[in-house]
Design a protein around this ligand. Sequence first.
Ligand code: PRX
Length: 646
Amino acid sequence: MSEQATTTEGRTYPPDPELSKTANVRPEMLEQDLESFWDEQAKQRLSWYEPYDKVLEWDQPYAKWFVGGKLNACYNCVDRHVEAGMGDKVALHVVPDDGPDSSEVRDITYAELQRRVTAVANGLKELGVGKGVPVGIYMQMIPDAVIAMLACARLGAPHTVVFGGFSGKAVAERCNDLECKVLITQDEAMRGGKAAPQKTNADEGLDASPTTVEKVVVVRRTGADIPMSDRDVYLDDLIANASDDPESCPCEPMESEDLLFLLYTSGSTGKPKGVVHTTGGYLLGCATTHNLVFDVKDDSVYWCAADIGWITGHSYIVYGPLANGCTSVLFEGVPGYPDQEVWWKIIEKYGVTILYTSPTAIRAHMKAGEKHAQAHDLSSIKILGSVGEPINPEAWEWYREHVGGGKAPIMDTWWQTETGHILITPLPGITTLKPGMAQQPFPGVRPEIRDDEGNQVPVETTGNLVLTQPWPGMMRGLYNDDQRYRDTYWSKYSDAYFAGDGAKYDADGDIMLMGRIDDVVNVSGHRLSTFEIESALVEHADVAEAAVAAKKDPDTGQAIVAFVSLIGDKQGTEELEQALREQVAQSIGKLARPASVIFARDMPKTRSGKIMRRLLKNIAEGEELGDTSTLVDPSVVEEMQKQVNG
Ligand code: PRX
């Protein structure tokens, strides 16, 4: 991290005066009182069936926002735009896996979106889905995934989206936890030119143990001939006779605090946490931040290149942009396929004005070389965004220079699955930018950086990031686990939300995020828990014990190093290393696959039997070990070190 501090030294980028004049966000907003700011936004940005009587009810650690108000998220994202005469406006420029030159590109207008959402909602109703009946969604980046989410919201059915790259086991665990009756998936997934068996993966998970899922709805993506059972129905067949007239399936009026969705995320221990998001506050938080942070105008063309399986996709592909009636790009594929220019072709073809992506994607483009970006007209770009992990200043500078034409401001947005929407970010036209820093709280957000005793740390000293005031999109707890919610987020300090991130202030009061301080690793901006990876490793018959640490990686931000001890006199071989990496990929998903496996006699343990994780991290990073005197057997770490350093 000290490396970051030196490269950013002195380089600042003041706002463009033109942008300051026209930006949606106004400096006065930063001075506004919490409730009056959000009250004003709620009246301006959302349509309510019934007005709320109270902006905020704060009973730490649970917030209720817009109490008494009634609204529907789908109505706000779709129907009201059509009613306002925007039916012909493009909601989604759909770009398939093989890029913008494909014959399968198509545009979906708000009116078409409304019809398709209505038809799917009517189909789901046939299966017994309605208000309060949870639905799982296990899909890739196709418009049907967005439509499925909105159809659930239309009916008042909470959804839980499982990242399409996760295993079937992960799907089953999450669906069973929320007691989903229906799972929506697709026959196959197309990514980077390859078809993957999405539906079959889901089956493997669902068939492995008893499940609450009674019906699996299958969207035809490739049309492959896949095994279908009595449990399965193709979406096409389900909706063949369904009405797509919005009147046939009106949006269900929901209480502001009714559950909109659950999204499972990795914690440092135990099974994934079901993060609870409700309707009014979440939707408003997404719409407001999307509008103000990205300076969205009526003619903006916005592209968030995240995946709907993560919170970024929920908030900034689906709910925020659609609530704002924005035109977005929805790209199914990956950077680098069908060629290195695909992203730049998309920007050129659609005149993308706002691009929101991850540092990992930016680094991949950087590695491929700027010539690809230079071959295209990217002059439409006005605002750039970054999310998911700290962005190194080199990548920041490259992004601004080669994608932003040396002038587009970069919004380095910090937030979490739990926060629902952006909380710390520069603001267009207001903030003097510093590469690699998220810098400033969004209006109404009150961060502090504290030491372990609860004191605020001095400038340039790393501490724990906390938030001392509620915000509308904040999680409403962990599903069915009040104690875990309190223990994880509200026990370190009695009066503040503990984010789990390290951060520091610079002399100007700007915030720099320093990465997780718990056992959560961040690979390519994807959040994984060391605990889950360790559990997957010990499932292998040869493994006695496993511990996982993260090391810095120039491409993916962090990479996973697994330390494994074997049972009896089993020997660590290259084949076994491959088998273990595969085991993790099978159990969780490919992105959790360890970059390397270190075989060891034992784990570095203290006399009380606790693994000293700090040492594993030091070993993975090739750093000095410091004090090892509390270990039962210090020679274990020396052997590990020899293997890592060759
Ligand atoms: O460590 C922080 C990192 O991502 C974590 C949240 O991960 P997740 O819940 O998957 O949500 C990712 C998308 C919002 C945070 O605790 N993180 C996210 N954005 C940034 C970041 N770290 C540094 N800078 C950011 N801009």
